[in-house]
Each structure stands twice: as structure tokens, then as C-alpha cells.
Ligand binder design. Structure first.
Ligand code: 5GP
Length: 113
């Protein structure tokens, strides 16, 4: 498993050290708009914990965190009002296109931009 860098940009956003447009927060998850949206709605959801990727999260996070995080993802989608539906994705590792190594889920809805 790759090393978790505490200075990655999403860790800094979570600590309030870097700006973002916040969409949602609870004890398990924090969500904000993607800075380079690839659809009309493009929100990133991150867990409040140090997990490099989906694999790290799935293998290392406590069950309450895993349940709380995924419940937050669907709650956020509902709150975004994406009545037509949405898609979620998570890039895993450099080969999967992951560039920020704090696990995150993309919520996208609407036409691709
Ligand atoms: P990945 O390829 O790692 O799944 O996606 C990282 C995402 O983070 C990209 O869609 C990128 O636009 C977004 N991103 C990178 N840096 C920042 C930032 O500083 N603020 C926000 N809000 N999004 C960022």
C-alpha cells in the first residue's frame, strides 16, 4: 500500500488549510465541488481518515466508517437534487488515473463538460 502523505491537497482541505466549496460534512465524510468539473455536477466525497485509495479504505477502515462514508455518498447525491440520477467513480492508483492519494469518490451528474 502506498504511503499516506499528510500534505496531500485533500488532507489540507479537510484540515481547513486549503480552500474549497463545501457541499456536505458529517462525522465520516466531507464533500466539496471538484475544481475542474467534468459534468454539470461534480462533487468529491472524502472520508475523515487517512486512506490512500479505495483499496486502502476497504481493507483498513473500521466497519462503522465504511458504512458511514457510503451512506454519506448517497445522502449527498440526494441533497444535490440529481433527480435524473448520477454516476459515482473512484480512480485507484496511477494506472487508474488517481492523482490525489486521499481516497475519494466522484459524484457526477448532467452532461459531461
Ligand atoms: P483523481 O484523478 O485523483 O480521482 O481526481 C482528483 C480530482 O481532484 C480531479 O478531478 C481534480 O480536478 C480534483 N482536484 C485536484 N486538486 C483540487 C483542489 O485543489 N481542489 C478541488 N476542489 N479539487 C481538486
Amino acid at each position: 500500500m502506498p504511503f499516506y502523505d499528510r500534505n496531500n491537497i485533500f488532507a489540507r482541505i479537510l484540515r481547513g488549510e486549503a480552500p474549497c466549496t463545501k457541499v456536505y460534512e458529517d462525522e465520516f465524510a466531507f464533500a466539496f465541488n471538484d475544481i475542474y468539473p467534468k459534468a454539470r455536477i461534480h462533487v468529491l466525497v472524502i472520508p475523515k481518515g487517512e486512506y490512500v485509495s479505495l483499496v486502502d479504505f476497504s481493507q483498513s477502515a473500521p466497519p462503522e466508517m465504511i458504512a458511514g462514508f457510503w451512506r454519506a455518498v448517497t445522502k449527498i447525491a440526494e441533497r444535490l437534487g440529481v433527480a435524473d440520477g448520477y454516476r459515482i467513480g473512484s480512480n485507484v492508483g496511477p494506472g487508474g488515473g488517481q492523482v490525489v492519494f486521499h481516497f475519494h469518490v466522484h459524484i457526477l451528474s448532467g452532461p459531461r463538460t
